[in-house]
Design a protein around this ligand. Structure first.
Ligand code: F6R
Length: 359
């Protein structure tokens, strides 16, 4: 049951430290920069040359996040919406690994993508033991988020990203022959992630931001790299449960069109990774403010000059730049939740949506 919580969604947001602990525990040796995943011992990915990630909705955003983790590790990777992949699967090439990502393991579009794939191997990262995709794929990697009841996916996204972070490092070792140069820092940041998420969940900053922008016309979300995936996910969560217009963009895309939509009535949530690319996103935020758009920065203490560039800051603990996005996403889950609650929406069962899309 929901216990002390008013909604399953809030319960599941609050459970993320525990869920993430389960996703990561026993799977790392950060002092040695090693990942140990059951069923994927060293050498398990020998011969793999590229990765295709297939998924829908929130899981597709986890796929985009993973695409950027793999690319930064020198492993060619591309995220596809399952339906598009099923419609025109890339040509057969030796060395292609298809990774399906699905909380439920029952999403019809993703099953179709795996069936259409002309790949050497298929695997699924799923939350549900024994689900259809575990039978369709050669291998299964369990995400271990625990049962998710709310229609809006929350803890499953965080646990997918954590699990696929481990997998990305494991694949990198086999494909490139050595760990990432910063594997120790990355794995130790993953181990600290539950604690960092707890700090975000315990803050009330997101609720105050949801209140401050309760009467806006549209809500925009921008970011780059992992922050782009989080921007799209932030917008999806917001539109699903508030029924307000929300859209996510890569930060650079704005001036190629969407900037025409920006006014005082359109707050823009800017996701910062806490790394070298922050400077460019700060530039984009400045362009938005110059058009009167309120900027809410979602950022760690690593990002400079936020006082001058943002109207409000949703801060998250400092961590490895590839994991700040997970923390930023929790802030955006909370913003969507409080915005929907203010509007009296049916948070756990939004109109027109089903938890698992099997047709
Ligand atoms: C969004 C949401 C959906 C699912 C999508 C894929 O909150 O829940 O977008 O993410 O239908 O579902 P799974 O992950 O079960 O394949």
């Amino acid at each position: 049951g929901k216990g002390e919580y008013e909604h399953y969604m809030l319960k599941e947001i609050s459970e993320q430290p525990t869920a993430l602990g389960r996703s990561v525990s026993g799977r790392t040796d950060s002092a040695r920069g090693e990942v140990t995943l059951d069923g994927f011992p060293p050498g398990a990915f020998d011969g793999i040359e590229r990765v295709h990630l297939v998924a829908m909705g929130t899981s597709y955003h986890a796929a985009m996040y993973t695409e950027s983790l793999l690319a930064r590790r020198g492993v060619p990777a591309r995220a596809y919406m399952s339906s598009e992949y099923a419609g025109s699967p890339p040509p057969e090439e030796d060395g292609t690994l298809v990774i399906a990502i699905s909380q439920s393991g029952e999403t019809a579009d993703t099953i179709a993508a795996v069936r259409a794939a002309r790949a050497e191997r298929t695997m699924v990262a799923t939350n549900v033991v024994g689900s259809s995709l575990t039978r369709e794929c050669d291998d299964t990697l369990l995400v271990r988020a625990g049962p998710e009841i709310g229609v809006a996916a929350t803890k499953s996204f965080s646990s997918q990203v954590a699990t696929l972070s481990l997998l990305s490092e494991r694949i990198r070792r086999d494909v490139i022959g050595e760990p990432s140069p910063d594997a120790e820092e990355f794995l130790s940041a993953l181990t600290d992630l539950p604690d960092h998420v707890r700090q975000v969940v315990e803050s009330d900053a997101a609720e105050r931001v949801a209140d401050a922008f309760a009467d806006s016309e549209s809500y925009f979300f921008i970011g780059r790299g992992p922050g782009h995936a989080v921007a799209l996910e932030g917008a999806l969560k917001f539109k699903e449960i508030t029924y307000e217009h929300a859209e996510g963009f890569t930060a650079a895309e704005l001036k190629h069109g969407p900037l025409a939509l920006v006014t005082e009535e359109t707050p823009v949530f800017a996701v910062f990774n806490g790394g070298a690319d922050d400077t460019e996103t700060l530039g984009n935020a400045t362009e938005i403010r110059a058009r009167g758009g309120p900027v809410v920065a979602v950022a760690s203490g690593e990002t400079p000059d936020l006082e001058e560039t943002a109207d409000r800051v949703l801060s998250v603990p400092s961590t490895h730049p590839e994991l700040v996005g997970v923390l930023a996403n929790v802030q955006l889950q909370l913003v969507a939740y409080h915005a929907a609650k203010r509007r009296g929406r049916s948070i756990d069962k939004p109109r027109n949506l089903a938890k698992s899309v099997t047709v």
